[in-house]
Design a protein. Sequence first.
Length: 416
Amino acid sequence: MNNYRTIRKIGEGTFSEVMKVQSLRDGKHYACKTMKQPIESVDQAHNLREVQAMKRLGPHPNILQLHELIYDKDTGTLSLICELMEMNIYEFIKGRQCPLAESKVKHYMFQLCRSLDHMHSHGIFHRDVKPENILIKNDVLKLADFGSCRSIFSRPPHTEYISTRWYRAPECLLTDGHYSQKMDVWSAGCVFFEILSLSPLFPGRNELDQVNKIHDVLGTPDITLLQKFKQSRAMRFDFPPRKGCGISHLIPQCSAAALSLLHLMLTYDPEERISARAALQHPCFRDMRMSERKAASLRKAIGAVEGESSGIPASVDQLWRIARQGRRQHLKHAGDPFSRRNASHFPLELPKLNVVVPTPSIPYPVSSFPALTGSHRGSLPAISKKCHPRLTKPKEEPHRFKSYYMPPLERRPDEC
């Protein structure tokens, strides 16, 4: 820790404390998480689940980045130097009087589901998703504290008393450690509700009260599901049938799309519960997906211009090279009319026009084509005479009017 200066204490947990430190090498600020339990060796430090998980999952825009690992052999102290965030979700919503805009909540939840999908796809589930372990900075959300994480491929039963009680999934409460990565989705659903309503969804005082709080909202599950849970539990339990009040009753201002996703994330049966990857494709996140596609297109376009993306820079450089070669070829052959006429045209040059008839010259300010003179080799094709039709007098067409004659008038003798 000789390369860091301690500034202040940020927080403290059961197994560690977090300090804000400043690097003496680059002057940047970091979060230093120091383990309270002594570590015996460097190998043990590198084999810690939290260290292994952060190395495997990073870098990712929604996973807290591990910057450096410091181990003191004399004291056995292990410190994790991580990127510094502004606050966690609990601090963000604590004391707020008015709810957040739903669009902002969706923006945070989309990032949380993306972090879970990335983690689950790498064979790890968190097991302690809660507002205190979700950090934000400049509207960017990052999942942190992987001390309780576990491999998806490890065989149950797992540790029973894992995760904070309020965010514990029903399968964690009603079985002897038979749960999977779907427990993270349940916890994320509880966080989703808490950010929307500014209050916890299932604040149970103990395990039994926690189950009752869940049944008050969601109702008692189907008997077949309870029988399946009983097979994985040594202690027997029976719940009287109860109809819950429903999530929509608790947050009536919530949109239909957000309510739909909440119901899918808080499905009692873990096998029917939505996965993190499927949640990312839910209509609730349609705007976020469109924004991501636009941002990706913009990054691709910028990378093409700056020559940073993978496939485009070669073609861009090639176009510049072709353009330069075309310019050199044009300057080389500009003074030689014979070679310019007979040479093969460059791909980027327009084809030369073959003049077949004399045309009036049009003066241009700058002309790169030399004037055609009589010394040109070859001969122009003969000009064919134009045939002018002889003008003839138009034929007189007879009129189409008929002539009518009046009969002669006969005079009477008395009229003479």
